[in-house]
Each structure stands twice: as structure tokens, then as C-alpha cells.
Design a protein around this ligand. Structure first.
Ligand code: DX5
Ligand code: ZN
Length: 223
């Protein structure tokens, strides 16, 4: 049975001066999850928002929060974002740390633990951590900024990751996701499509969510 494709709204491309409204707008438009891009200005040349913002947004919705940590020291931050109310926390395998203890700390904090891979990082980089992973996150753009073009090579890495994680683990696909690539992503094994610009830049977010879901379902032979 094919896992139902979920749509996650990345609020990085929303009005960062009105994030509560952005989260509630995404929920009203029918998304399944809220994707929170946390950037430290070191791992990526960009800074977004932190623990206090996430904790404040927690009361804006009951939708699951997915923290995507683009930070140089995930060991310091990961469990803190779980404690701030994130159901899942993904850290980057490229961060210059050993990750086993951090993945364990995320789970001990009650969240699902994931590893993210940037373009150019093979899925095999996650092999040493498979026993500690609840999900994977495949970047289809270089992490750091929204509004970039989807890199089609991400589909192959989704496929590799699916083989590594087995049939049940969620695979989040992140970056440049729009209706034209949703089918490709779903066929490759992605089960959570993360979209920022495609949703917050759409004339109708509800329509954009519906179109993304329909394109993914059609690619999997569903309706
Ligand atoms: C990029 C972020 C993505 C991105 C998604 O570093 O991880 O979540 O903001 O936004 P779009 O859909 O505009 O690429
Ligand atoms: Zn992200």
C-alpha cells in the first residue's frame, strides 16, 4: 500500500514578519505539516529564526512541526527544537560532527530523528545511521535559500534512500518542489513534499496544495 503523500509548507518564503498568520494560512489551505528551516549563518550563509520563534508558533496550530536544522552544531540544537514542540528534527549529515548521539537525543526528547543530505551527498552517507533514523530528507536544492530551481538528480537519491531505509520510512523532499516535479518526486519514493515558494507565491494556496497532491497521486496511479 503506497503511503499517502503529505504536503509540508516551508514558511521560509512566507512573510517572516507575520509567521503566525502564515502557519494558519497554510493549515487553512490544507497542508499536512509545517516545515521550519532553521539556519545559523555558519552551515549555510543565511540566518532565519530560532527556538523562541518556534516555541511561540507552537500554539498557532496543531499540525506537526518538522525542524530542518541547517546548523554547524546540531548536537547543541537538535533536542532543544524537539523540546520546543517539533515532532520531527532533521539534521544535516554534512555537519562536521558525529551524529549518533544527536540522533539518539532527538528520540529521547520524544521526536522523530532524521538526517538530511544536500545535492552531491550520496544516500549511502546515511548508511552508518540507519538504525537510528526514523526518516530521511533529500535536498533538491543546495540548502540555505528558498525559491531555487528543483534539481532532478534528487529523484535518484530518493530512490537510493528508499532502498536504504526500507519501504515504511518517510522520505521528505525539500527544495524547488512544484506541481511540475511532484510526480517525479513521488515516483522516486518521496512521501513528504516540502514546498515554500510554490505555496506562498501562489495566487491560491489551497489550489496549489490540491494540485501538488493530485500530481503526486496521479504519478502513483492514485486519484
Ligand atoms: C532551503 C530550505 C527549503 C526551502 C523550500 O534551504 O530547506 O525548505 O525553503 O522552499 P522552496 O520550495 O521555495 O524551494
Ligand atoms: Zn527545508
Amino acid at each position: 500500500m503506497t503511503a499517502k503523500i503529505q504536503i509540508a509548507a516551508s514558511i521560509l518564503n512566507a512573510d517572516l514578519g507575520a509567521l503566525r498568520e502564515a502557519v494558519q494560512r497554510a493549515e487553512a489551505a490544507g497542508v499536512d505539516r509545517i516545515h521550519l528551516d532553521i539556519m545559523d549563518g555558519r552551515f549555510v550563509p543565511n540566518i532565519t529564526f530560532g527556538l523562541a520563534t518556534v516555541a511561540s508558533l507552537r500554539s498557532a496550530t496543531t499540525l506537526p512541526f518538522d525542524a530542518h536544522l541547517m546548523v554547524a552544531e546540531p548536537s547543541y540544537w537538535a533536542a532543544r527544537f524537539a523540546a520546543a514542540g517539533c515532532e520531527t528534527v532533521a539534521i544535516h549529515v554534512e555537519a562536521p560532527e558525529a551524529h549518533a548521539a544527536t540522533l539518539q537525543a532527538i528520540r529521547s526528547a520524544g521526536a522523530e530523528a532524521g538526517l538530511a543530505i544536500d545535492p552531491g551527498t550520496p544516500a549511502s552517507a546515511l548508511e552508518p545511521y540507519v538504525a537510528q533514523l526514523d526518516f530521511g530528507l533529500v535536498m533538491s536544492v543546495k540548502s540555505g535559500f528558498g525559491g531555487q530551481l528543483y534539481q532532478p538528480e534528487a529523484a535518484a537519491r530518493c530512490g537510493e534512500l528508499r532502498k536504504l531505509l526500507g519501504p515504511a520510512a518517510p522520505i521528505h523532499l525539500d527544495g524547488g518542489v512544484k506541481v511540475q516535479v511532484a510526480g517525479d518526486a513521488a515516483r522516486a519514493g518521496a512521501t513528504v513534499l516540502i514546498a515554500g515558494t510554490a505555496l506562498f507565491g501562489a495566487p491560491s494556496m489551497e489550489e496549489a496544495v490540491r494540485e501538488l497532491r493530485a500530481a503526486a497521486a496521479a504519478a502513483l496511479g492514485g486519484s
